[in-house]
Ligand binder design. Structure first.
Ligand code: CAA
Length: 293
């Protein structure tokens, strides 16, 4: 029988983990958030409070909803906090050995029937599942950034994921107010399989001198009604993340059409990773971003 999820654990207090924590707590789940860094936990909760406070000020939500959300969140640096969780969502660094090491430490702390999900954007769910003791109870739950705003969650079944796990996680996605879509477990799933080659192509158009950074972004914003142009979006996602997903597509599908643009590689080599480092295709040091080159 499908497990009814009431308590959710989240691993990783970065941008994605914080967003997932917020939407789960706002939807009435008891949430346990864990990170190796206690300062990151404090920063994550302060960020959730700050974002929701602004919504209270704009009459989007009530003060009571904010108080209730924060009351639903517990934090800790020890995986023992997950001992009563029905579902644990891993949202740590997008690095396979790191994720596998986390699962190894995590599993002795879990209930035998607990479900385990990963927010990976491109790593094989089947392979990650095989590194755990519960491949049947393992699944991909890929949220989009910013999690509180974006309506989508991709649900990815590994080859061994059972029907009850799928049903439980689908129900969670719906209770979070998201629209779930279901993807087979192939490199980068649906969104990144389509989005990243588009971003990569935008970098090629810039690399070939076809158009300026702002004209490429303006063309796609006004020409196709995207909220952000592809280069602006690449900076928002992180150029290292974009490159690593292109590499997963290139390696996993062995097709030259997924070759990462050499200019994207060069920017990542330079440490120009986008918004998070203050410079990517745009320079973020002033009040408004300007093209970096
Ligand atoms: N966290 C929470 N809420 C946020 C937020 C954040 N980081 N950024 C913006 N918001 C909220 C704002 O508070 C605001 O809410 P209200 O309407 O309640 O006031 C709302 O979003 C709109 O924000 P703004 O008016 O400040 O800005 P905007 O209208 O320019 O929208 C945006 C910002 C929502 C990010 C919009 O530009 C957008 O949709 N961009 C595209 C984002 C996208 O494509 N994300 C997917 C990336 S791919 C991915 O995530 C998968 C992967 O694996 C890489």
């Amino acid at each position: 029988m499908a497990l009814e999820v009431k308590t959710i654990g989240v691993i990783g207090a970065g941008q994605m983990g914080s967003g997932i924590t917020q939407v789960c707590a706002q939807s009435g789940y008891a949430v346990k958030l864990s990170d190796i860094d206690a300062a990151a936990l404090a920063k994550s909760v302060a960020g959730i409070r700050g974002r929701m406070q602004r919504q209270v000020e704009r009459d989007r939500i009530t003060q009571n909803a904010l108080d209730q959300t924060l009351a639903n969140i517990d934090t800790g640096t020890d995986y023992k906090i997950f001992s009563d969780c029905d579902l644990i969502i891993e949202a740590a660094t997008e690095n396979e050995p790191v994720k596998c090491a986390i699962f190894e430490k995590l599993i002795p702390n879990l209930r035998p029937d607990a479900l385990l999900a990963t927010n990976t954007s491109s790593i094989s769910i089947t392979r990650l599942a095989a590194a755990t003791d519960r491949a049947a109870h393992f699944i991909g739950m890929h949220f989009m950034n910013p999690v509180p705003v974006m309506k989508l969650v991709e649900i990815i079944r590994g080859i061994a994921t059972d029907d009850d796990t799928f049903a439980s996680v689908l129900a969670v996605g719906q209770k979070l107010g998201k629209t779930p879509v279901v993807s087979e477990d192939f490199p980068a799933f649906i969104v990144n399989r389509i989005l990243m080659p588009m971003i990569n192509e935008a970098v090629y158009t810039m690399h070939e001198g076809l158009a300026s950074v702002t004209d490429i972004d303006t063309a796609m914003k006004l020409g196709t009604n995207h909220p952000m142009g592809p280069l602006e979006l690449a900076d928002f996602i992180g150029l290292d993340t974009c490159l690593s997903i292109m590499q997963v597509l290139h390696d996993g599908l062995a097709d030259t059409k997924y070759r990462p643009c050499p200019l994207l590689v060069k920017y990542v080599d330079a440490g120009w990773l986008g918004r998070k480092t203050g410079r990517g295709f745009y320079d973020y040091s002033g009040d408004t971003p300007v093209p970096a080159r």
